[in-house]
Design a protein around this ligand. Structure first.
Ligand code: NDP
Ligand code: GDR
Length: 340
């Protein structure tokens, strides 16, 4: 019988790549989607016809229990979150509820549905993956960051993710559940939300190239990140749930670039000079910035055999090309209508 996976956050970037990957591995894939008429569900269905959808919300404990009862999954991937860091200052309580408490609700749904209690050997039937984040490192105490680097989150989002991370560890230790966290560094693709800097830049370049815009407004150009390709990172999520023992892993490329270098690479890919178009705007700076993040993915390489495949310049060029195609064909990224 096919293995069954339940993915929260199915309508997001990672949800789509993970669903695609697991379908390719022969899984029966279910996605948890919220809202009675979520336009992103139709966008997903256009891309992946085989995904089945179950309604539910990370804010609603009962809906998660019902979803787990209905799907009877072998593996649960908790990717649902408010994931845009600036929004976490504007809606700090909601971020805590969805990104933080949502993890508790999902773990409880699994625990209750699989009859797990302290010291109960029936534990561990459903394997659980939590989407932890390099934002938990925040103001870093060492570079590169490993599974042992201390957390010092710099946003309500980072704090909520740290709660989810420790809680996942705690359910593993308290109940013997197979529950793990992937501490993933930034990963991008042509399906990235338009609010994140890589996609904002690739869309901005495409608009300028096609004569639809004359400038691109950005915040802090000096911030440095470890950017990889989302398609590579979902493989790591799956590998973590196939390992002999449940453990947490750092996932990233080990290479760091600045926003300025990202901008240079993107404009270069369209044969444009970035200095003629980029305007910096103090209003786009964050109340507390994470200056740099760089992964040490050695544990994942050695224990899981995981390696990233797409170099930075290729990733950026791929995103710019995809947005040039999208806009040339009349696609509208703000309407959530199209997905490469
Ligand atoms: P996206 O922002 O693209 O997707 C977020 C998903 O969460 C959407 O499907 C959204 O659904 C869903 N969601 C939001 N609120 C709720 C809710 N109340 N109940 C259920 N689902 C909800 O994120 P990514 O795909 O980029 O990231 C996936 C996960 O990985 C997130 O948890 C993110 O924080 C984490 N992460 C991402 C990294 C990255 O670089 N991409 C790096 C490290 C961690 P809807 O369509 O209904 O809004
Ligand atoms: P991040 O991603 O906050 O790292 O979180 P984002 O792309 O939003 O920012 C990266 C860096 O770019 C700087 N920046 C800008 N960012 C945005 N969005 N818009 C701008 O105009 C701009 N100008 C400069 C930011 O200050 C920042 O330093 C992502 C999300 O996917 C999280 O969910 C995830 O956990 C982390 O990556 C790892």
């Amino acid at each position: 019988m096919a293995r069954r996976a339940l993915i929260t956050g199915i309508t997001g970037q990672d949800g789509s790549y993970l669903a695609e990957y697991l379908l390719g591995q022969g899984y029966e894939v279910w996605g948890l989607a919220r809202g009675q008429a979520n336009p992103r569900v139709s966008r997903l269905r256009k891309l992946l016809t085989d995904v089945q959808v179950v309604r539910g919300d990370l804010l609603d404990q009962g809906s998660l229990i019902s979803a787990v009862e209905r799907v009877q999954p072998d593996e649960v991937y908790n990717l649902g979150a408010i994931s845009f860091v600036p929004m976490s200052w504007e809606q700090a309580e909601l971020t805590a509820e969805v990104t933080g408490m949502g993890v508790l609700r999902m773990l409880e749904a699994i625990r209750v549905c699989s009859g797990v209690s302290r010291g109960n050997a029936a534990s561990g039937q459903i394997r659980f993956y939590q989407a932890s984040s390099s934002e938990m490192f925040g103001q870093v105490s060492e570079t590169p960051q490993t599974e042992r680097t201390a957390f010092h989150p710099r946003s309500p989002y980072g704090v909520a993710k740290a709660y989810g991370h420790f809680l996942t560890q705690n359910y593993r230790e308290s109940y013997g559940m197979y529950a793990v966290s992937g501490i993933l560094f930034n990963h991008e693709s042509p399906r990235r939300g338009a609010e994140f800097v890589t996609r904002k830049v690739s869309l901005g370049v495409a608009r300028i190239k096609l004569g639809l815009a004359t400038e691109l407004r950005l915040g802090n150009l000096e911030a440095r990140r470890d950017w990889g390709f989302a398609g590579d990172y979902v493989r790591a999520m799956h590998l973590m749930l196939q390992a002999g023992t449940p453990e947490d892993y750092v996932i990233g490329t080990g290479r760091m670039k600045s926003v300025r270098e990202l901008v240079e690479a993107a404009f270069r890919a369209a044969s444009l000079d970035w200095e003629q178009y980029v305007v910096t705007d103090q209003a786009l700076h964050r109340p507390a910035e994470v200056d740099l993040l760089c992964a040490d993915p050695k544990k994942a390489r050695v224990q899981l055999g995981w390696e990233p495949t797409m170099p930075f310049d290729e990733l950026v060029a791929t995103m710019v090309e995809a947005d040039l195609r999208l806009l040339s064909n009349g696609g509208d990224p703000d309407q959530d209508s199209s997905w490469p």
